[in-house]
Design a protein around this ligand. Structure first.
Ligand SMILES: [Zn+2]
Length: 127
């Protein structure tokens, strides 16, 4: 069984971009209920859309910076605070880099799980 219709692929993109009307959503979901091929494709698109969303808007707790700083030894804390107040943009980038790299590693693991590759444990401390 093969689904040749490109119509549903563009509908999937519309739904995931939240640009589809209720009627278009209904058409798509009715088709997904009967078509395995499109359902798998839709799930993959959905996963990568979700991943992109997380990458562009990493969800950091409000107290994230403070809790990172609190875990550092006091002498380093002061150095980092001073450096951070002089380079606020770089500090933000550095703080975002850690959770973003974890998201990327997590996504790679998921992909490996699904395609049957061995799961590689990422070791080492993350600080
Ligand atoms: Zn289909």
């Amino acid at each position: 069984m093969s689904c040749a219709s490109k119509k549903y692929v563009s509908l999937m993109n519309k739904v995931l971009d939240q640009e589809a009307t209720e009627q278009e959503k209904q058409v798509l979901f009715e088709h997904l209920a009967t078509c395995d091929e499109c359902r798998v494709h839709f799930n993959e698109l959905n996963d990568s859309t979700e991943l992109l969303r997380r990458l562009t808007h990493p969800q950091l707790p409000a107290a994230f910076t403070k809790s990172v700083l609190d875990h550092l030894p006091p002498d380093k804390r002061n150095v980092i605070r001073k450096w951070g107040s002089r380079h606020p943009v770089l500090t933000t980038v550095a703080i975002c880099a850690l959770p973003m790299s974890l998201v990327v590693i997590g996504a790679r693991r998921q992909t490996r799980d699904r395609s049957g590759y061995a799961l590689v444990k990422v070791s080492g401390d993350q600080t």
